[in-house]
Design a protein around this ligand. Structure first.
Ligand code: AKG
Ligand code: FE2
Length: 531
């Protein structure tokens, strides 16, 4: 039998379930009313059995499995789950978030006794014991006990509270969490913690020989050297070798975007920019000089809401995030798929990339493009001929900067989308080596960056200038401009910058990278290395 709509098959079972629910709305009624008391007993004695053993029940199971198998290929893979877990850990690190708070659905930074709310969600969304276990397990499997321990601790305490309330969708149990946490504690050098967790494990599974052996081993270790009772060494956060500037970067992200204020520093100013261009005389752009060396300016309301939306749409022409999630949810409106659809919002990194025209970001153009972990986002390159809005945009950029932005003097517009936890670690936009693929355009290095914020974000996602020591919050529709090169053609080392992880929201930016050639008369060179 072909079961197109799982809902049809579920309908009688659903009716029965609804009936039961409604009968239980008032818990005292069934006992008080003899008719209801009779039907309760009948229900428990025979109705449920009939439902469970009915042909319909087997058909329901088959329909559920069929429905699941149809979408299985399109569902997130394990690497997506891993990516989402690592994104949570990144947010935890960069914003110094407290895991206990995260599990309760709040975004709090706890430093000593000070608690700061970084973001207050309108509705609290808490994690289950199994959710916390899965995050901890991802870290555990990578030997990252620094992250594994707090997540597994949270899983253990949540599983303890709900012990005995097994949920079908859960993969792990209290025993699993205790087992993993005990070993992680041992790895971190805390033998007494490992011992007490292992003993607790044995209360539930006394037959487990491996755990019995572990307990004996921990007891022996403690008897031999009692000072091993507590961790001697504070476990270090795993180091990211390519990121020596990590502390500065994270410090700037934690300020959640705190750009220098012009009235505090008189050399910075705000003005209406026309750049003597007839194009801008009619509609000057509000310019805020944010920094002088390197020169960084923010142009407010550089695009309109509709232009920003249009550009985002051009980058994902055939399907949007909402469409994918929507179609999954609409296709399978049963319990299982509503869970899937709900959770899919988290699985951003790899799964969506396969479904969207946007591609996972690579660092520079070229045939062999490597996906990299230090840039977690998706991007698309938009040629001007795709839509007139891109031509208008180019004219506006040229008028404002006075630079030639026609190819090959500038690259196509690159649209970037960062999901939750998406970020771009400290980097230069310009080439720092003569073999860089950036030179393939044969128009020199990237002299300037013009970056437009196409969305707002609810928290996080600032653009941080590491050595210059400031960060710019995401200002929707504004554009950030800076010179990457000195007038001498040398790269300006002070332009090292990063896109901070997005804490809450969906960040979109568009980059127009302008090259050296074509600008000779527009930005004359100078031999002064500071210019
Ligand atoms: O997203 C940001 O704030 C910075 C992006 C960036 O630096 C880049 O795409 O090169
Ligand atoms: Fe950049």
């Amino acid at each position: 039998m072909e079961l197109e709509n799982p809902l049809t098959t579920f309908s009688t079972a659903v009716q029965f379930y609804d009936k039961v629910l409604s009968l239980h709305e008032d818990p005292a009624t069934p006992v008080a009313n003899p008719l209801l008391a009779f039907t309760l007993i009948k229900r428990l004695q025979s109705d449920w059995r009939n439902v469970v053993h009915s042909l319909e029940a087997s058909e329901n199971i088959r329909a559920l499995k069929d429905g699941y198998e149809k979408v299985e290929q399109e569902l997130p893979a394990f690497e997506d789950l891993e990516g989402a877990a690592r994104a949570l850990m990144r947010l935890q690190d960069v914003y110094m978030l407290n895991v206990k708070g995260l599990a309760r659905g709040v975004f709090q930074r706890v430093t000593g006794s000070a608690v700061t709310d970084l973001y207050s969600p309108r509705r609290l969304f808490s994690l289950t014991a199994d959710d916390c276990f899965q995050v901890g397990k991802v870290a555990y499997d990578m030997g990252d006990y620094y992250h594994a321990i707090p997540w597994l601790e949270e899983a253990v305490s949540l599983f303890r509270v709900s012990y005995g309330e097994w949920k079908t969708e859960d993969e792990a149990s209290l025993e699993d969490a205790l087992d993993h946490l005990a070993f992680a504690c041992f790895q971190a050098g805390n033998v007494s913690c490992a011992l007490s967790l292992s003993r607790e494990f044995l209360l539930y599974s006394p037959e487990n020989k491996r755990m019995v052996r572990n307990v004996l081993k921990y007891e022996r270790l403690l008897a031999e050297s009692p000072h091993q009772a507590v961790a001697e060494t504070v476990i270090q956060r795993p180091n990211v070798p390519h990121l020596q500037t990590r502390d500065m970067y994270e410090g700037l992200c934690q300020t959640l975007g705190s750009q220098p204020i012009h009235y505090q520093i008189p050399s910075l100013y705000c003005s209406y920019e026309t750049n003597s261009s007839p194009y801008l005389l009619l509609q000057p752009v509000r310019k805020e000089v944010i920094h002088l060396e390197p020169y960084v300016a923010l142009y407010h309301d550089f695009v309109s809401d509709s232009e920003a939306q249009k550009i985002r749409e051009l980058a994902e022409p055939w399907v949007s995030l909402v469409d994918i999630l929507g179609s999954l949810c609409v296709l399978h409106k049963d319990e299982l798929s509503s869970l899937l659809c709900f959770h899919s919002t988290l699985y951003l990194p790899v799964w969506l990339l396969n479904n969207l025209q946007l591609q996972r970001s690579v660092v520079a153009s070229g045939e062999k493009q490597l996906q990299v972990d230090y840039r977690i986002s998706k991007s698309a390159w938009l040629k001007d001929t795709i839509d007139p809005v891109l031509v208008t945009l180019d004219h506006r950029i040229a008028a404002l900067t006075g630079l030639d932005v026609q190819p090959p003097h500038a690259e196509y517009l690159q649209v970037v989308n960062y999901g939750i936890g998406g970020h771009y670690e400290p980097h230069f936009d310009h080439a720092t080596s003569p073999s860089s693929p950036l030179y393939r355009m044969k128009s020199g290095n990237r002299v300037a960056t013009f970056m437009i914020y196409l969305s707002s974000v609810e928290a996080g996602g600032a653009t941080a200038f590491i050595y210059a020591n400031f960060s710019v919050p995401v200002v929707k529709n504004a554009a950030l401009f800076w010179w990457n090169l000195h007038r001498s053609g040398e790269g300006d080392g002070d332009t090292l910058h990063a896109g901070c992880p997005v804490l809450v929201g969906d960040k979109w930016v568009a980059n127009k990278w302008i090259h050296e050639y074509g600008q000779e008369f527009r930005r004359p060179c100078s031999s002064n290395p500071k210019d």
